[in-house]
Design a protein around this ligand. Structure first.
Ligand code: ARG
Length: 399
């Protein structure tokens, strides 16, 4: 009986090559699934590509809303930035894509699950673990299993008449609603500045000479309104991506520690993520106590680490979700951001849940804070530190 494999298909170099590999080397019928998480591709073109490659059946699933509400929004609540920089755009999308592929796999009664990830990246981890968490079917990853490199893939693609666009030949790009990741080519020398033409979302030249403001309102940690307009998740993210991108905001360039141990140079365009996380985090500082702020940043870091590392399904992630969700009860209010020539700055925030008190903070007349209370407090606060130093002084005099 012919084997039937299902493949998460983007229409890019890797997954196109994999369709042919599955047919030729693994003797399989292939079902392709494209899960739209905001890649911005034309679903008809991808379907045509799949057909041309000989896929027996092709599915296109529009998961953008689900991606925004169930994956991106929780990441905003967690201020999720892996290694303080990367908003997890690709990392968040993978478990959703893999889950959707699994759903169809069950319906189609396939005999194997396939993906186009290499053995060097993080995506294999995310796909494998999501697949394994929901199914016992064998997992096939030809790029990894056959140790293929990009040059070999490009040659293979040419031989099989697979068309690859020119940008994809120069760089490896992954794009969705939350961000655009650019790797490879000249960027592999970490000292090379990314050429301007790698950026599509963020303007790098002729930036406006006047600042732009962005006003974001959150309700229980979820952004619900921008610049006075109530927008659904999808529109809200698209709106901010556009507006912040036009002001040159949202480029991230950093050295990243991959799950498999490799250090990689990653370049991202993430205007909406940059603004929303900055604004959300700022609002939290106003409505949370200092103890909540200190503790939550540990939880946030762990959340980002787990999600980056492909452990979306780990019970610990759910446990952390519980904490994060309960912390968002008071995270409602509005934050004002100023965007100017690639810079982003919070310039205002307000909230009915604010713990900030003008009466307490003011240096002016009418303050309700009695400074005299502070004297005793400081003595006790520094008690052990000053005692330790006193002792040091005593011993150093003796020796
Ligand atoms: N380093 C990021 C991650 O692991 C992005 C990877 C993007 N993939 C790509 N082919 N450019 O999530």
């Amino acid at each position: 009986m012919t084997q039937k494999g299902i493949l998460a298909f983007s229409g890019g170099l890797d997954t196109s090559v994999v369709v042919k590999y599955l047919q030729e080397e693994y003797d399989m019928d292939v079902i392709t699934v494209t899960v739209d998480v905001g890649q911005g591709d034309d679903p008809k073109k991808i379907a045509a590509k799949a057909k041309k490659l000989g896929a027996k059946k092709h599915y296109n699933i529009d998961a953008r809303k689900e991606f925004a509400e169930k994956f991106i929004f929780p990441s905003i609540k967690a201020n999720a930035l892996y290694q303080k920089k990367y908003c997890l755009a690709t990392a968040l999308a993978r478990p959703l894509i893999a889950e959707k592929v699994l759903e169809i796999a069950k319906k189609e009664k396939v005999t194997a699950l396939a993906h186009g990830c290499s053995g060097k990246g993080n995506d294999q981890v995310r796909f494998d673990i999501t697949f394994r968490s929901g199914s016992d079917l064998p997992i096939i990853a030809p790029i990894r299993d056959k140790n293929l490199d990009r040059e070999t893939e490009l040659k293979f693609a040419e031989k099989h008449g697979i068309q690859i666009d020119t940008v994809a030949k120069k760089f490896s790009i992954d794009q969705n609603l939350w961000g655009r990741a650019i790797e490879g080519g000249v960027l592999e020398d970490p000292y090379n500045e990314p050429p301007d033409d790698v950026f599509i979302w963020v303007k790098t030249k002729n930036l406006p000479d006047t600042p732009t403001y962005l006003e974001i309102t959150f309700e229980k940690g979820v952004p619900v309104e921008v610049d006075g307009k109530k927008l659904d998740a999808l529109k809200l993210i698209e709106y901010i991506n556009k507006k912040a991108g036009a002001s040159g905001v949202g480029i991230v360039d950093h050295i990243e520690d991959r799950v498999v141990g490799i250090k990689s140079r990653e370049v991202y365009e993430t205007p909406a993520a940059t603004c929303l996380i900055e604004a959300h985090q700022d609002l939290e500082k106003m409505v949370h106590t200092k103890h909540q702020n200190k503790f939550k940043s540990l939880i946030d870091d762990e959340w980002a680490y787990l999600v980056y590392s492909g452990l979306w399904q780990d019970p610990l992630k759910k446990n952390l979700d519980g904490f994060i969700e309960s912390s968002q009860r008071t995270v409602s209010g509005t934050v004002r951001l100023k965007l100017f020539k690639g810079n982003l700055r919070v310039v205002g925030r307000k909230s009915l849940q604010s713990i900030y008190s003008y009466e307490m903070a003011t240096y002016g007349i009418g303050s309700t804070f009695d400074q005299r209370m502070a004297k005793g407090f400081v003595e006790l606060w520094g008690l052990q530190s000053t005692e330790a130093n006193k002792l040091q002084r005593k011993w150093s005099k003796k020796t």
